[in-house]
Write a protein that binds this ligand. Structure first.
Ligand SMILES: NC(=O)c1ccc[n+]([C@@H]2O[C@H](COP(=O)([O-])OP(=O)(O)OC[C@H]3O[C@@H](n4cnc5c(N)ncnc54)[C@H](O)[C@@H]3O)[C@@H](O)[C@H]2O)c1
Ligand SMILES: O=C(O)C[C@H](O)C(=O)O
Length: 306
């Protein structure tokens, strides 16, 4: 399995590191536009191989897409991150041009690639990648829900006073401060609904903290997060590599599912060797349905700026 990661910055490097440490890919190619940067990150990471016990070969290149040829998976993390006080949507004017040119370069050299889009505003960048490349819809996946769900589980575990591994839960909808929909109704601690342990006020708190998870970290760090984003992407790449058919909420191109069309937005998807193997339609209650409609309206407004 050959994986190309475009953007060797905070998220791209973290993603490459987790992929290597999990040792399921033969090769990771880092690409960046900044002269020597990807080469440096790749060398630094390769010097951890004997310490961390992996055999994945990591190389770095400056803007040379020929080195990404025949990638099975490509991850797009190139673009600017937000600063404290900004929304993800404000990044569109810079990141749209970057994502479009990167996606076009990638498919020139890897026509069969599965693309995972990370750059923000992610749902719109995923939609743009569909429109710019014309790749089959199963081969373009936006990463947002896997991260938001991990943050949801972290907040739930904090409220429950239990390990995150005891908790299951999912966030659907747009990857934005207001558009995320943490499904508290369906969240469980070892199959027991979390409402058995947490009252409505606590659940509301968990939900709100989850939605602003990225903004909270951006305020603390001065730029956006990278460890959990890198881990979330690497989990998705692993599901493709191992054809594991794991379910993640992902930004997927909808054609009528959830009553939505011609939009990429977070919905549960089965991920395997073909990318999106299936979009899972779960039964939502009326409040969740109307939140999803609102979230989709907001994503469409951002798409209209393209
Ligand atoms: N979807 C998510 O859940 C999620 C999570 C975290 C970050 N993000 C987004 O990911 C993006 C990257 O974040 P980061 O923290 O890694 O930023 P960063 O600034 O650390 O890294 C971005 C890298 O992209 C490179 N780059 C810029 N234009 C390029 C081009 N045309 N070709 C190749 N490389 C190019 C830059 O040189 C830089 O090294 C941001 O847009 C951020 O908002 C999304
Ligand atoms: O918050 C951001 O801008 C980056 C990313 O989307 C995140 O959720 O960490």
């Amino acid at each position: 399995m050959k994986v190309t990661v475009v953007g060797a910055g905070a998220v791209g490097a973290s993603c490459a590191e987790y992929i290597a440490i999990k040792n399921f890919a033969s090769e990771v190619v880092l690409v960046d536009i900044k002269e020597g940067f990807a080469e440096g990150k790749a060398m630094d990471l390769m010097q951890t191989a004997s310490l961390n016990g992996f055999d994945t070969k990591i190389t770095g290149v400056t803007n040379d897409y020929s080195k990404s040829a025949d990638s099975d998976v490509a991850v797009i993390t190139s673009g600017i991150p937000r600063k404290p006080g900004m929304t993800r949507e404000e990044l569109i004017s810079t990141n749209a041009g970057i994502v479009k040119s990167v996606a076009e370069n990638l498919i020139k050299h890897s026509p069969n690639v599965i693309v995972i889009v990370v750059s923000n505003p992610m749902d719109t960048m995923t939609y743009l990648t569909h429109k710019a490349t014309g790749l089959p819809k199963n081969r373009i996946i936006g990463m947002g829900g896997a991260l938001d769900s991990a943050r949801f589980k972290y907040r739930l575990s904090e409220a429950l006073g239990c390990p995150a591994s005891d908790v299951d839960g999912m966030v659907i909808g747009g990857h934005s401060d207001t558009g995320m929909i943490p499904l508290t109704r369906l969240a469980t601690r070892n199959s027991v609904p979390v409402s058995k342990f947490l009252d409505n006020d606590k659940l509301e708190y968990v939900k709100e903290e989850t939605k602003v998870g990225g903004a909270t970290l951006t305020k603390l760090l001065g730029t956006s997060a990278w460890y959990a984003p890198g881990a979330a992407v690497s989990a998705m790449v692993q599901a493709i590599a191992l054809d594991s058919k794991k379910m993640f909420p992902c930004s997927v191109f909808l054609e009528g599912q959830y009553g939505l069309k011609d939009i990429c937005i977070g919905a549960p998807a089965i991920i395997g060797r073909n990318g999106v193997e299936e979009i899972v339609e779960i039964e939502l209650d009326d409040a969740e349905k109307s939140k999803l409609t609102e979230s989709a309206d907001a994503v469409r407004k951002t798409n209209d700026l393209l």
